[in-house]
Design a binder for this molecule. Sequence first.
Ligand code: ADP
Length: 627
Amino acid sequence: MKKRQFKAESKKLLDLMIHSIYTNKEIFLRELISNASDAIDKLYYRSLTDKKLKVKRDSFEIKLAIDKEKRELTIQDNGCGMTEEELENNLGTIAQSGSLVFKEATEKKKDIDIIGQFGVGFYSAFMVSDEVSVTSHSVDSDKAYRWTSKGADGYTIEECDKEEIGTTITLKIKEDTEEEKYSEFLEPYRIQGIVKKYSDYIRYPIKMDIEHRHLKEGSKDEYESHIEEETLNSMIPIWKKNKKDIKQEDYNHFYQEKFFDYEEPLRTIHTFVEGQCSYYALLYIPSHASYDYYSKEFEKGLSLYANGVMIMDKCSDLLPDYFSFVKGLVDSNDLSLNISREMLQQDRKLQLIAKNIEKKIKSELIDLLENDRENYEKFFKAFGMQLKFGIYNNYGMDKDKLKDLMIFYSSTEKKMVTFGEYVSRMKENQDKIYYACGETVDKIDDLPQVEKVKDKDYEILYLTDYVDEFVMQTLTEYDNKKFVNVSTDNLDLDTEEEKESLKKQNEEAKDMFASMKEALKTEIQDVRFTNRLKNHPVCLTSEGAISLEMEKVINAMPTDEKVKATTVMEINATHPIAEKLKDLYQHDKKELENYTKILYAQARLIEGLPITNPTEITNLVCEVMSK
Ligand code: ADP
């Protein structure tokens, strides 16, 4: 018989399992039972549509057996089984979800300890076995096959005898070593305990022969025993159990295994709702975004169960896009088992459930925000972007539901704050919410336009995500307080007197500004003096719907659409440079042109915009320096 080799990736994972120093080796049983249960599920679904299949649904079961002499533990199911090709493809290659995530996690974290936290699959059998054999008879084949492997050096597949449809996995349990007592996996009570711990909710009975010893009737010291087949699991899924019987650890365990996450969830929501449509829901807010979360491949949705039977893996209608990060399941007795995807979308009950769930998630997030700010910030780092998309998607249809979930960095508090908190601190005469945009908090803090507003003691929200400004533009106001961008909008911070004086200065310098604008060709709309700045000499502002920040964002997108903000160069009316410019306009027009170009380049640099003529500018600066 030809020995076949594992695919390279699989071999790595297998090596990891065989040489695992992981102490929680017992989880191999959870993995094998979970596979067995999946296989029965598959056959069950097939039988729903394929009437030719002769399947007795109430005979579905998983059987465990121990042979101490031979050091063998077997796990037998009457599920769909595997064909020869499937044995080759499924067990010779890792391609499956759980194993892949596991591999990624180990590569990233270099921490073997995450091993027990979620599905690592079939190969975990090698943590406790010298040899594993899988005998399987598929519903799609008239022959049975046996896959055997002693580990990393490969495996064999041969035809064999097995009448019934299903799979039997036989583990040759390792000999005990100094550190590790593998023999415990041949003790019925130990196996019983492991099943109870990890697989209690499995929907099919997990059966094992248990020996019962009792005193012989009429005797004081003589025992007799009889063997009885027992069902080890309660078959009640975790979400149908009473909350008080579930530990957070159990919830976490279920989450990590079912949703392939190596981190614990941030929050767990477990509810039972009774009414027009009764349902259980078990929902989780993850503590980080999965690697594909912000990609096209990501599919949102909750698993949907009808009376304990999963009818859809990812029912997207149960979650709005802005809460797409939520993982979990819904189980309702009021839904039909045979309902199609198309019909589900129309289903009134499902819409009702979706609405309730949305409310529940929102109130859970608000609770997190109010009572556990640290974790809310963690959440917001991971999923805030999605909430922001939610605000401006669909023309802002959902903005009011989401605005109270926003947090932004505050210039005065030096931490993330909500709009509500900002408003509650507003100064008596303040009627606007100030914000400023930039790449980082530090860079915004250095913006010339920010300085003046800070100087007047106003709180400013710092927006560092590229979508942030779109959020503000969609919301336009909070609690009747308008959002204003300190760099572009008219802030109206000046007194009447100051305004009047500025107007006069601008009027007087009209001709000078015209020649400065001429020097910059078509680059800008206008040049003028401003009171907006405190110490800085110059800044750029924009007029119209597109701000400089938006110009950067939109132009960085991979589309052909390029936009240009209508830019105005503003010069600090109280800065010495203002007088210098006036002087040059009188005596040295050529030099005024040079100064204008340098000032404009400086303003662009501060805004984080590129300079189109860096060589010319550096030469000009040196020319001025050499004078
Ligand atoms: P995963 O369970 O994450 O898919 P595994 O390595 O545990 O990965 O299993 C690989 C594949 O082998 C499964 O997806 C399934 O198709 C098949 N398989 C494993 N055990 C059984 C079984 N008892 N009956 C039928 N198919 C099985």
